[in-house]
Design a protein around this ligand. Structure first.
Ligand code: SAH
Length: 243
């Protein structure tokens, strides 16, 4: 019986894959990967390695979660090294722990291999530091996808603090609603906000704007995209100085 490595593949840029993840990809007998994983990584796999795509395109899961769980279980029964590759880090809105719990319940050994999460790395590579003295003393990573009926948290908008950066994942389709809610809780219409599309990749796009204007400017950007709200967005301009 083998072991399943729940492995973060980083936000896109190949070089943001950890050495540990790279070693496991090279040792893998089976790799089960998502849409957000840079496919170039798979070139590192051995010739005999079976690479299985279980990606999700928007809300249309190609393989439902319970089938992914079963697949991991079945592959672990017959192979030594099963690598479950996910974009960013598997426990940041990645359902990594759900897969781990399932495997444990079936008596299959697993290990989390942390990845570089897009929530921090994508703003950072766009010169937006998520904390910065005098601008933000904390940050919060939330999902823009609100579905309380499915067990996803309903956001406590009123609790957002003044000196806090908020990073919305899976939020592009909710951009208008997010801006409206933030203005309702008292943020000014010219409060800084950025949308970063395909961060860390060659075709990355960054739009810096205000709560009032960003929707029109960013709504058609390609996914994946994340939203950063807070005074730290303004730091980017100063950091863009040296060309
Ligand atoms: N586990 C992942 C996040 C999964 S949720 C991680 O740690 O990064 C998927 C969301 O992540 C996307 O909807 C988008 O908001 C964000 N995301 C992932 N990769 C991204 C990228 N390269 N650029 C911008 N946003 C990205």
């Amino acid at each position: 019986m083998g072991k399943v490595y729940l492995t973060g593949a980083g936000p896109g840029d190949l070089e943001l894959l950890t050495l540990k993840a790279l070693r496991l990809v090279r040792e893998a007998d089976v790799i089960v990967y998502d849409r957000l994983v840079n496919k170039e990584i798979l070139k590192e796999a051995q010739a005999h390695c079976e690479c299985i795509y279980v990606g999700k395109a928007n809300k249309h899961h190609i393989l439902p979660q319970d089938e992914i769980n079963t697949l991991l279980y079945e592959k672990a029964l017959k192979n030594d090294v099963v690598v479950r590759l996910k974009g960013g880090d598997s426990v940041v809105f990645g359902r990594g722990a759900e897969e781990a719990l399932y495997l444990v319940s079936k008596g299959i050994d697993f290990e989390f291999i942390p990845g570089v999460t897009s929530a921090i790395a994508v703003p950072e590579m766009a010169n937006i530091p998520i904390t910065h003295r005098g601008k933000a003393v904390s940050f919060r990573v939330v999902t823009g996808y609100e579905a309380p009926e499915k067990g996803y948290a309903q956001l406590d908008w009123a609790s957002f603090k003044q000196d806090e950066t908020v990073i919305f994942l899976m939020g592009l389709h909710q951009l208008k609603n997010i801006c409206t809610k933030l203005m309702e809780i008292g943020k000014s219409k010219d409060y800084p906000i950025a949308v970063i599309s395909r961060g860390t990749l060659k075709d990355e796009k960054v739009i810096v704007s205000t709560l009032e204007n960003i929707y029109e400017e960013a709504k058609d950007l390609p996914t994946p995209a994340l939203i950063v709200v807070g005074e730290v967005v303004g730091v980017r301009e100063a950091l863009q100085g040296v060309k």
